[in-house]
Design a protein. Structure first.
Length: 261
């Protein structure tokens, strides 16, 4: 079917959301979408894109049938088909989550948080995926996963602020070792807003470098230029340059937000 014929609006009932396609109302729709297409040819790799598309179309069709069911038996049948198709896509593409977790695990994020976030995002991506648009599911879902984990990383960095000292007292070079129990600086509360996902002052790379270099991790330690550079694929000198630029931006912003006494 031509992607142009796919309606952009979404509909649903009883928590089953679907994308409507005109082919659902065709006389042979049940033949096209009614048969199971779960693929188990190679559980070690990614589900082939054509199989993922077929399962996604079946999933949306099944949800549409649930919304139009006239009997409980009919609704139960198509609900079961919806769940089967959805779970087939999630399981068949689970290695997308493994790739995403592997990429972000080196950034100091808790593994349990990574796995849990990926599972939720992958399920949401399956429900929102439009198989009639010609976009590969792996491309769409992996982009969703990376964006979600980027937001998680920035939230985690902000949480670590509660165990860190004022940026004004930090040098441009190596972070000094300090006692976290010392009195909090009022600028500390302002710093968190600049490390949030929607903040525009720093780039994503600058946020990550600052959080890794100056915010204490779970072991009450900061990371060296070499450690950060190794994980980000940057040289020690390049990390130092990114850090210097970010600190200049932050010091200027913090000075304007909270007057220095």
């Amino acid at each position: 079917m031509n992607a142009v014929s796919t309606k952009s609006s979404r509909a649903g009932t009883d928590r089953l959301h679907f994308l409507f396609h005109p082919s659902f109302e065709a006389g042979d729709a049940e033949r096209l979408y009614g048969d199971s297409v779960v693929d188990d040819r190679d559980t070690r790799g990614f589900m082939p894109d054509d199989v993922t598309r077929a399962l996604a179309k079946r999933m949306h069709y099944a949800a549409w049938r649930v919304s139009n069911a006239t009997t409980r038996r009919e609704a139960t049948r198509w609900r079961r088909a919806y769940i089967e198709a959805r779970n087939g896509i999630v399981v068949g593409n689970r290695k997308l989550s493994f790739r995403a977790v592997q990429k972000w695990a080196s950034c100091g994020l808790p593994a349990d948080d990574l796995v849990g976030e990926c599972q939720l995002v992958l399920i949401k991506a399956v429900a929102a995926y439009n198989p009639w648009l010609g976009v590969r599911f792996s491309t769409y879902a992996f982009t969703c996963l990376m964006r979600a984990l980027s937001r998680l990383a920035q939230r985690h960095a902000a949480d670590r602020l509660s165990r860190s000292r004022s940026l004004e007292s930090l040098p441009y070079g190596e972070p000094a070792h300090h006692d976290c129990a010392e009195a909090a600086d009022p600028r500390l509360d302002c710093l968190g807003q600049f490390l949030q996902g929607g903040a525009q002052l720093l780039t994503a790379r600058e946020k990550l470098v600052i959080s890794r270099r100056y915010l204490l991790n779970d072991k009450n330690q900061t990371e060296t230029l070499e450690q950060v550079g190794r994980d980000l694929g940057l040289s020690k000198e390049r990390v130092r340059q990114v850090q210097k630029t970010a600190l200049l931006k932050l010091r200027g912003a913090l000075t304007s937000v909270v007057p220095v006494s």
